[in-house]
Design a protein around this ligand. Structure first.
Ligand SMILES: CC(C)(COP(=O)(O)OP(=O)(O)OC[C@H]1O[C@@H](n2cnc3c(N)ncnc32)[C@H](O)[C@@H]1OP(=O)(O)O)[C@@H](O)C(=O)NCCC(=O)NCCS
Length: 185
């Protein structure tokens, strides 16, 4: 990872880590560096990306991840170690695929989606912009999840989910509306 720059606050700056840049130093040089946003909550990630408008966002794929050659990834995505992005999957911008998660063939994923660790999304699913899938969640084959919806940790979603909602449990049920994209995990 030493080739990727990491923006950190002054508190975390370390001379032994030359790839760090100070997020609080408003140097114009920062805006020409290839960066990505690694914040887990979709709402906060979107906010940071908007705050850094004009920045070049790069996509990072861990060496131990498998990404099919037919998959397409837009800018600013992160595919973490031991995760699998299968054939003909499409990832929108700033999608985070956390460790040991799998995305089945032909699944379409919108911008700013967060796939938590150990999540399994079956084939031909559709995840709208800003969807958050909690740790260990499962989305069954061909299921669509509306934009901004949160699927709780360990939930198993068997049927389509409405937008801007929270779904929990097995099988997952809608428990309430979510006012905005998840900002805090
Ligand atoms: C879905 C979630 C966002 C809801 O958070 P919240 O709105 O703060 O919910 P609360 O913790 O206040 O819990 C509200 C109720 O839902 C229940 N609940 C919360 N999460 C649940 C889950 N995943 N499955 C089943 N029930 C759950 C709580 O037990 C509580 O029930 P009660 O009212 O009977 O006591 C959160 O619980 C969750 O699953 N987060 C995922 C975290 C994660 O995956 N992190 C990895 C990041 S990489």
């Amino acid at each position: 990872m030493s080739s990727a720059y990491r923006a950190v606050t002054g508190h975390y700056l370390d001379d032994a880590r030359p790839w760090q840049v100070d997020v609080e130093a408003s140097s114009p040089d920062l805006y020409v560096l290839p960066v990505t946003a690694a914040v887990g909550a979709p709402g906060l990630r979107r906010e940071l990306v908007h705050a850094w408008a004009g920045t070049q966002y790069t996509t990072i794929i861990a060496p131990s991840a498998y990404v099919a050659s037919s998959a397409s990834l837009a800018g600013g995505c992160i595919v973490a170690p031991h995760s699998v992005v299968s054939s003909f999957v499409r990832l929108g911008r700033h999608v985070v695929v956390n460790p040991a998660s799998t995305i089945g063939h032909g699944t379409d994923i919108g911008d700013y989606v967060t796939i938590s660790p150990g999540v399994h999304v079956a084939g031909r699913c559709v995840l709208g912009h800003g969807v958050f899938l909690g740790i260990g969640a499962v989305v069954s084959s061909g299921v669509s999840v509306g934009s901004g919806t949160i699927l709780g940790a360990g939930a198993v979603l068997l049927t389509d989910a409405e937008p801007d909602s929270v779904y929990l449990g097995i099988p997952a049920r809608r428990v309430r509306a979510s006012e905005d994209w998840l900002r805090v995990i």
